[in-house]
Design a binder for this molecule. Structure first.
Ligand code: MF3
Ligand code: CO
Ligand code: CO
Length: 278
C-alpha cells in the first residue's frame, strides 16, 4: 500500500474551489434534466458551462486509466440500470427514468468530483427509496470521518445501512484519494469492517461515492469499454462528495447553494461546517 498524501493549506484552498465548481455544475444542469432531453445535450450544456462560464476543465474528457480507451465525453450520465460511467449519447430521457450525473472539474490543477441522482418526472416508489437510501448511506459514511478513524469504519457504516434496507453494494468501484491527480490513494471501499484499513489523518482528501443496487451486486461491462450495468438489470443509484479530513472531523468540499443538505439522521458535530450550510 502506497502513501496517502496530506494536503497543504494551499492545496486545500484549491480543492475547496474545485469542489464548489463541480457542485455548481450539478446545480446548473438540474433544471435541464427533463423528459425529452438527450444525455448528449446534458453533456454539451455541462461542457460549455465548465469551459465558458467557470473556465474549468472537464476531467473525464480523454481520461484514460491503464487498460481503458480514452473517455469520450465531459460528464458521466448513468441511467436506470447503469451503475456508473455511462457515456452521454442519443438516449432520450423519459418519465420515470433515474439518472446519476457525475461531474469532475479541474480548476488551477485541482480536481473536484461529485455526483447526484435526478428523477425524470415522477419516480417509482422503488427508485425514490433506492436514491434516498444511497444518499443517506453516503452521508452516514462521511459522518464517520475524523482523525484516528479507519477507512473500514466508512465502508462498514455504508454497507450496514444499505444492506439493512435490502440493497446491495457494488464492490468493483470505490471512492478514491483526489487532488492534483483524479484518482490517487487511498481506495475508499463502500463495504468493510470497523477498525480496519488505513487510519485517517487531518489533511487527507478523498471521495465517498457508494454505488447501490436494488437487486444483486454483480455488474457487467458494456462493449464501449466504460459503461457498467447491473447484471440482473435492477436499478442502481450513486451519490458522491469529495471530503477533507479536518482536525475535528470532516469538511465536505463539493458544496454549492443548490446541493441537497445532509439528511436529518446526520448529527452535525464536526467543527467548521461549511458542509452543513444548506
Ligand atoms: N467521476 C468518476 C469518479 O467518481 C470517474 C469517472 S472516470 C470517467 O471517480 F472517465 F468516466 F469520467
Ligand atoms: Co470519484
Ligand atoms: Co465522480
Amino acid at each position: 500500500m502506497g502513501q496517502i498524501s496530506i494536503k497543504t493549506e494551499e492545496d486545500i484552498q484549491g480543492m475547496r474551489l474545485a469542489g464548489r465548481l463541480a457542485a455548481e455544475v450539478l446545480d446548473f444542469i438540474e433544471p435541464h434534466v427533463k423528459q425529452g432531453v438527450t444525455t448528449d445535450e446534458l453533456d454539451r450544456l455541462c461542457h460549455e458551462y465548465m469551459v465558458n462560464v467557470q473556465q474549468s476543465i472537464p476531467a473525464p474528457l480523454n481520461y484514460c486509466p491503464p487498460g481503458y480507451t480514452p473517455y469520450p465525453k465531459a460528464i458521466c450520465t448513468s441511467v436506470n440500470d447503469v451503475v456508473c460511467h455511462g457515456i452521454p449519447g442519443d438516449k432520450v430521457l423519459k418519465n420515470g427514468d433515474v439518472i446519476n450525473i457525475d461531474i469532475t472539474v479541474i480548476k488551477n490543477g485541482y480536481h473536484g468530483d461529485t455526483s447526484r441522482m435526478f428523477y425524470v418526472g415522477e419516480p417509482s416508489i422503488l427508485a425514490k427509496r433506492l436514491g434516498d437510501i444511497t444518499f443517506e448511506s453516503m452521508w452516514i459514511g462521511i459522518s464517520k470521518i475524523k482523525p484516528g478513524a479507519h477507512l473500514g469504519d466508512i465502508g462498514y457504516a455504508i454497507q450496514q445501512y444499505a444492506e439493512k434496507a435490502g440493497y446491495s453494494i457494488v464492490r468493483e468501484f470505490c471512492g478514491h484519494g483526489i487532488g492534483k491527480v483524479f484518482h490517487e490513494e487511498p481506495q475508499v471501499l463502500h463495504y468493510g469492517r470497523p477498525g480496519t484499513l488505513e487510519k485517517l489523518v487531518a489533511g487527507m482528501i478523498f471521495t465517498v461515492e457508494p454505488m447501490i443496487n436494488a437487486g444483486r451486486r454483480e455488474i457487467r461491462e458494456m462493449g464501449d469499454g466504460w459503461t457498467i450495468k447491473t447484471k440482473d438489470r435492477s436499478l442502481s443509484a450513486q451519490w458522491e462528495h469529495t471530503v477533507l479530513v479536518t482536525e475535528s472531523g470532516y469538511e465536505v468540499l463539493t458544496v454549492s447553494a443548490g446541493m441537497p443538505p445532509p439528511p436529518a439522521i446526520i448529527a452535525e458535530h464536526h467543527a467548521g461546517a461549511p458542509a452543513s450550510v444548506a
